[in-house]
Write a protein that binds this ligand. Sequence first.
Ligand code: GLA
Length: 392
Amino acid sequence: MSLPPLVSATRQIFKKMFGGPPVIMAHAPGRLNICGEHTDYNGGLALPLAIDRHAVVAVKPADSSRIRAYAMAFDEQIEWMPGHAPENLPPWASYINGAVTQFQEDFGLKGGIDIVVNSDLSIGSGLGSSAAFGVSIALALQILSPRKIKVADLPAYCQQMENSYMMVETGVLDQTIAIFARKNYALRIDFTSGTRTLEPLRCKNCQFVVMESTESRQLATSGYNERVAWCQSALIKSRKILRDQIRNLSGIKSSQLAHLKSGLTPHELSIVRHVVTENERVDICARALVKGDMTTLGTALNEAHASMRDDLEASTERLDFLVETAQSQTGCLGARLVGGGFGGSCFALLESDQVESFIAVMSSAYEKKFATGLPIYPVASDDAASVWRVYD
Ligand code: GLA
């Protein structure tokens, strides 16, 4: 669904559920990260773009001090008092509860709310759905709060909200692109300096196509936190070995990897190698994009997948099957898994005139191998999140 019908459907549902229109609506896009996975919490580089799939929220302050929330994806309505939520709240409602409680404490939000959350991003598909929800909810709540948060502080604020209420130590990649994206550009982010540069997407006659493995996963119960822990212990040891107080793993040069070999565990060494080589690949991809050099871009994507699979150990049988099958198709310039890994999605960079046949071949190969359908679709770049008042 494109954004206007998704917004209009969300407004209609709100009216139906709560007997009148919302006062505020907001949306935030999902993302496709061209390159730079698990680099954000290591002070590294990434190159995401926002995609034309979104989370949308509709909100109205409530007369009572309760939260009444409806999630379209689960067709579920729940009501509770903020700060006194029942223990068995589903994750989507617990996210809303966390956001409301946080805005009450930090920005003076008062009373309850009625809220509808809707999305055409599959949840847990590795396309930044969680951050898109968090950012759209935060944008709506900050309009209703007397004290405001600066836009520049919003990504880190939403990240911290997600970390505390979803029990996962994710970085700030997804929130940053949701808030600072621009259509037809990728965003090169340097997580040490905080620098962001828009890089024009010169993908001449090429198309990104997403494939969802449908192995949905909650990052909290995946190996994500374990990878964060490997990086933390690798950093402590690397500082000692290199006798250098590097700020993060991105301070390590590829020429130093050999010195670390004897002092790190195999897992730590390979995750450091992933971070160091992934940062290099981000700049290879950024330069290739700007030049419109799709062959170099595709090769870097294939190498990024191999690093995610072998050094980060974050791929799965289904993702490897999809990526390898994609890489061997005519017109496929490169493919790799996207996001945190451990399930979720991958994408391929395709010559535009091959998209139709690629979709047909991939769908039938996946069905044959795993006896299940493959959600597969082209994605286009899109603009950042926004929030607006509703007058009818
Ligand atoms: C998830 C996290 C991000 C980032 C990616 C991997 O999407 O939310 O912070 O770490 O995984 O690059």
